[in-house]
Write a protein that binds this ligand. Sequence first.
Ligand SMILES: [Zn+2]
Length: 226
Amino acid sequence: MLDAVQVLKEKMVLACNVLQKQRVLDGYGHLSARLPGDRILSTPHMPPGKVALRDIIVIDMQGKKLEGAGEPNGETPMHTSIYKARPDVQCILHYHPDEIVAVSVASQGIKAVANCGVHFYRGTPIYDSPLLIRNHERGDKVAATLGDRNAVLLRGHGGTVVANDLDKLLRLGIDLVRVARIQIMTASLGPAKTHTQAECEEMVKGHDRPNTNRRYIDYYVSEVVD
Ligand SMILES: [Zn+2]
């Protein structure tokens, strides 16, 4: 029988490869996934787009390493605080794409100016500090700012997306950058007409169908797998 933890690790590495190929990662950032028994799989203290299967570490809910050769990331408290506050969250991506940093300082958050932005129609709150999330106090504040949404922006720093599975996380991670880019493009064209709440709700309903992310994920995976 396939080891479920091993399969999850492989999916994490694939997700990192996709995000690297799409140029939304830099030398920093991290991806994690919840395991049963208050344990968390995490990319270690290294560029997330460069991780291999052997690099994934296991940490506990206090951020202490339990297994693996590498060390936990400095911003691990952001992950542990969100997992504690949100039992529904199964995986977390934190990254620093230029487009998200740009929107994070404009005080407006992400607008649903394109179909790729409808996931975020309930708002992307902004954590109002550029300081790194290196302790539990700041981690708890980020988790409180995120609330029950699926993304939080960190002013002048980056963004964090959460999901209940890795396919969804990958989609949110890519689409948050895409809609931020489109929002920046539309800014020079005068007032933008955003999707209405009713339009977003209608479209998000369609996302709940089984296998709805399959074509989307297959496309991006095909870009990194021969
Ligand atoms: Zn960061």
